[in-house]
Design a protein around this ligand. Sequence first.
Ligand code: CUA
Length: 309
Amino acid sequence: MNFLQIFSGASNMVEGVDRSFVVIFGISLFFLIGITGVMVYFIIRYDKKRNPKATQIEGSNTLEIVWTVVPLVLVMVMFYYGYRGYAKMREVPDDAMNIKVIAYMWDWDFEYENGKVSKDLYLPIDKPIKLNLTSIDVVHSLYIPSFRVKEDAVPRKDNYLWFIPQMEGEYEVLCTEYCGLRHSFMGAKAIVMKQDNFNIWLADFTPVDSGTIKGLEILRANACIGCHSLDGSKLVGPSFQGLFGASRTVLVDGVEKSVIADEKYLIHSIKEPNAEVVKGYPANVMQSYTKLLTDEQITDVANYLKTLK
Ligand code: CUA
């Protein structure tokens, strides 16, 4: 991120957040310098040479009142700026565009009102956006530093944040709540574009049939994708990407064998994961899902896996 972006208005929340930051930072800096200065002065002025005999000082109402009232006023000033910025963040305009954000280990899904789902957050410029946050496993936290917005995504709890993107460009989206092994990889991009371009992007998708969506939801609900990635990266188990129809070397009782990952193989691997373990991966890590999923659910999963080219 460009350092200068700290004071640019990538969203309408930048002003309020940066103002309270500067106020608090300014007050802190003033006292850091002031207190250090007084301390150094006292060390020199009252050292043993210049002040051989210590004097006890006791009681001063004026001093007590001054050092109570001044900090009180200062923290109230900090509270005022902090609250002003925060209050704006909780009042969503009625015409805001809703985007559902689904957090899971370890990725984000952004679901638009027309059903389009995307891995990056595409946004039209100058339009109020409301992100409705949920998580399907553990606590995550959506953070877009350039927009100065950050809110937790908590399982079984609805949370939200809103903002108006004000500058075209690409911005980082981060997870800022430690959520396990691949927490630091849980990033995405926020891409702010002109309304016309956004409309074209939004309309351009093929609605997936409900069986496929169900398959993905089952994978998420059972935390399958914690060990099997959807994007080709190697986790505890082999990735699901490009699996269907591919040839795999497996070990059956220690003997290598080549198999084609057809529907039968996929279903067999869900029911008996340790019968044919892909070479290079540990055995006995995965349990059988025969009792956890119905045959119909397993078929939905297999159908979904077929779409991961
Ligand atoms: Cu999700 Cu950290």
